[in-house]
Design a protein. Structure first.
Length: 263
């Protein structure tokens, strides 16, 4: 079957309160799963466990991601659902990384991706360590890629994942006002230029002086927005036809027509 059912948890995040955020996430997961048509994949936002409480991030981060991995793995196995678990503050060998985990229906870890590009406007580079490998994995046999928030401003990264065969691109984020137009434009461009399905899950709410606008989206390989959230907490759902990726790539063969020897 080429139809993939998605659920995006567009949640508020309380900075510096991992226990509160875990409780909120668990509540939203139960809502997402208790529906007539259970999702195939559930997606979370970026840094949902701690928010951008960077000055305290070493104390707040999940050591080796153990709490997160244990909780999500058990949930996936119990409900036979894939989860792209947004990203968390993850304490590894004394360094904090902005880490995305993905799990399959049996609860097995299928991806561990550390955000490559650290966002200077939020001082990420002062407190976090950037990653050095790509976010590549499969969901029910479908080649998939993942990037985190600021990563989408670097088109080479998404193109590399597409050239490696990815048909889906997941983008957890904490993307704030006033850059809503950037968010919508960049995500749509990544879908069109790479002829892939883009699934973006952004947070909502206020953190200090920063306001996060949500607008989580699922975009098809033609660049059509299948679903888009508002600025409140919500569980967004969409069904994507993955066969459309192959149809679009056959109709406009941009990958065959590339001239990488010239650029």
């Amino acid at each position: 079957m080429s139809l993939l059912h998605l659920a995006l948890l567009q949640m508020d995040v309380v900075a510096g309160e991992p226990d509160h955020n875990f409780t909120k996430l668990e509540q939203m997961l139960q809502q997402a799963i208790q529906v007539e048509r259970k999702p195939d994949v559930i997606v979370f936002p970026e840094l949902w466990n701690t928010g951008f409480s960077l000055t305290d991030i070493h104390a707040l981060a999940d050591p080796e991601g153990e709490r997160t991995r244990s909780f999500i793995a058990e949930f996936c196995a119990r409900h036979s659902v894939n989860v792209v678990a947004g990203s968390i503050a993850n304490l590894v060998n004394g360094e904090v990384r902005n880490t995305l985990y993905a799990f399959d229906r049996s609860g097995q870890l299928t991806a561990e991706y550390d955000k490559i590009h650290l966002f200077r406007l939020m001082d990420e580079e002062k407190y976090l360590t950037g990653g050095d490998r790509l976010g590549r994995f499969e969901i029910d046999g479908v080649p998939t890629g993942a990037v985190i928030c600021y990563d989408i401003r670097f088109p080479e990264l998404s193109r590399r994942l597409a050239l490696d065969g990815a048909k889906l691109l997941f983008v957890p984020a904490q993307w704030p006002h006033p850059r809503l137009n950037h968010w919508r434009t960049l995500l749509t461009a990544r879908a069109i230029e790479n002829q892939m399905v883009v699934v973006s899950c952004n947070r909502v709410g206020q953190s200090g002086d920063t306001s996060f606008f949500g607008h989580s989206m699922v975009i098809d390989p033609w660049g059509e927005i299948l679903v888009e959230g508002g600025e409140e907490e919500a569980i967004l759902t969409a069904a994507v036809d993955l066969a459309e990726v192959d149809r679009v790539r056959a109709k406009i063969p941009v990958f065959k027509d590339r001239r990488p020897n010239l650029y």
